[in-house]
Design a protein around this ligand. Structure first.
Ligand code: PRP
Length: 212
């Protein structure tokens, strides 16, 4: 039996995903050592391998078949637009993709003014404004702490993830429009889905059984 390889988005999501894998009998002892510098972890009993990567790289590994399965946020799946199957909503890491800004920006949004939109998600922002809203805007790509942009005058609004809303509140910003709900998803390589159909379907079925 060959190894099935799972790519996990580094961070909170990976820990939650491994808890879920453990619950369905796919534990990986090697991965529990917090001091390890290893990049890939193998479980011989279940013939599974797991590795952590930057979230935005998870769909890439899965599209090319370097990983058969992946666990990653819907935000990353939408932004990367890779060819793969999204098979399961894990119902964890729930949050929303939103257009946010100071309350005064609401009118400028409504009147379709040529505003600037700062975001870590230029693909999602472009699709939302240009395709869905038919609104021309200037998209500015940032790499983090996007809430700073409207505060210092880089942009009128931002497109970003809102979880508790605390970051917005503490910085005098609010949700102006909701783009879509987000959560962690399981993704599968399109060839693996056929070649390893039995094992992968059984993982999906078992996971579905423990999802709240
Ligand atoms: C994310 C997101 C918001 C924040 C939202 O940032 O970009 O900044 O979390 O969470 P809240 O609604 O609970 O306050 P992350 O911590 O991933 O870092 P980043 O600023 O580098 O994007």
């Amino acid at each position: 039996m060959r190894y099935l390889t799972v790519a996990l988005a580094k961070g909170r999501l990976a820990a939650k995903a491994m808890e879920m894998f453990e619950k369905i009998g796919l534990s990986c002892e090697e991965m529990k050592d917090e001091n390890t510098r290893k990049l890939i972890f193998t479980d011989e009993t279940t013939k599974m391998r797991y590795f952590l990567s930057k979230p935005s790289d998870v769909p890439t590994y899965v599209e090319y078949g370097a990983a058969d399965l992946g666990i990653v946020g819907k935000d990353t799946i939408l932004e990367e637009g890779r060819k793969l199957f999204e098979v399961l909503d894990l119902n964890v890491g729930k949050c929303r993709m939103c257009v946010c800004g100071p309350a005064e920006a609401a009118d400028r949004l409504k009147h379709h003014e040529l505003i600037r939109v700062a975001t870590k998600y230029p693909g999602i922002a472009t699709d939302y404004f240009f395709n869905k809203k038919k609104q021309t805007v200037e998209i500015i790509k940032l790499n983090g702490s996007v809430e700073l942009a409207p505060i210092v005058g880089l942009s009128e609004v931002i497109v970003d993830i809102v979880e508790t809303g605390a970051t917005l509140r503490e910085n005098g910003l609010e949700v102006l429009e909701e783009i879509c709900p987000l959560s962690a998803r399981m993704i599968v390589n399109q060839v693996s889905m056929k070649m390893e159909q039995e094992r992968i379907s059984s993982i999906i079925k078992d996971m579905r059984g423990i999802i709240r």
